[in-house]
Write a new protein. Structure first.
Length: 316
């Protein structure tokens, strides 16, 4: 075995040696002791000695001088050590880059959201989604609560936001956001209302309410049942924008979130009257039980919770 110093190259080494051999050799040179290197690597010293000897045989050169005090590098060993350090460092950097790439959610998420939330949920959701999950394609479908539950059952959406916990055993749901509902009316309406109203007084007003039996209408009907009366709205319509239009243009009274009409409230066109006791609805993040969700779909929930926290602040 010769001790001359041939011009090693990274491609030559990687074509001839295993990464394990390169790693073992580098550890030995760092510790200048086969025993210390074996301890750090967690392998028997005899195994390390065989690997280093096999490496020397593979390159046809003596790389280490073994003495009672430890090991020293030959000229060839020093040259190999420089290449080994660079190869292992590049390998570590490659692994880190791959791990960072892996941590960015990829794929497609299909989200179903109620029309009630879309106007003020989508802008902050898009901002957070584009920064945290920019390698994911987001498809958004807007619909009523009953439609979203149906889409979840049929696998047409991966994640849905529904109003209230679902009664469907196929659907799993976790609470996302709660809000009080207010009596909303035109500021210039002829039938004046005070600074607050009792829930039972709603029975005397010309109401526009959502269609039963889901969403906020379910909350209102249950409260009316417990109070011993039945709500009899003048108009029933699913769309929150249609409800708001009927309040603005025809002087009807609606019961919905202040977020739906925040611009009109700020301009003094509409008034929001607290109801006692306050009807409260809750939005839930829902998925189909047993569905195999992608990483991106699973990570959508924390993003939605951050958006919900911002909605809570806006509603105050």
């Amino acid at each position: 075995m010769t001790t001359s110093s041939p011009p090693f190259s990274d491609s030559f080494l990687l074509g001839l040696l295993s990464l394990k051999q390169i790693d073992y050799f580098h550890a030995s040179t760092q510790h200048q002791s086969l025993r210390a290197a074996a301890t750090q690597l967690g392998i028997p010293q005899s195994v390390l000695s065989r690997q280093v000897r096999a490496l020397e045989e593979a390159v046809g050169l003596e790389l280490l001088l073994r003495t009672r005090q430890g090991i020293t590098l030959t000229d060839a060993g020093r040259q190999l050590q420089r290449h080994a350090a660079r190869i292992l460092d590049e390998l570590r950097q490659t692994r880190l880059a791959v791990e960072r790439f892996r941590d960015i959610p990829m794929g497609k998420v299909r989200l179903g959201i109620p029309a009630t939330l879309s106007g003020f949920l989508l802008p902050p959701l898009f901002r957070l989604f584009s920064s945290d999950m920019h390698k994911t394609k987001l498809s958004i479908v807007e619909g009523s609560a009953r439609h979203i539950e149906q889409w979840l059952r049929n696998g047409e959406v991966d994640v849905g936001i529904i109003v209230g916990p679902s009664r469907d055993p196929v659907i799993e749901a976790q609470c996302l956001y709660k809000e009080d509902l207010y009596l909303i009316h035109r500021a210039t309406t002829a039938m004046a209302v005070g600074d607050e109203i009792t829930f039972i007084q709603l029975a005397d007003l010309p109401l526009v309410l959502p269609l039963p039996p889901v969403g906020s209408r379910q909350v209102l009907d249950q409260m009316a049942k417990e109070a011993g009366f039945q709500l009899a709205p003048m108009v029933e319509v699913d769309s929150p924008n249609s409800q708001k239009h009927l309040v603005l243009e025809h002087g009807l009274y609606g019961v919905f979130s202040r977020l739906v009409c925040r611009a009109e409230l700020a301009d003094g066109i509409l008034r929001a009257i607290p109801i006692r006791p306050a009807p409260q609805r809750a939005f839930y993040i829902a998925t189909r039980k047993g569905a195999r969700l992608s990483q991106a779909s699973r990570l959508l929930s924390p993003v939605l919770r951050r958006v919900a926290a911002s909605l809570d602040h806006e509603a105050d």
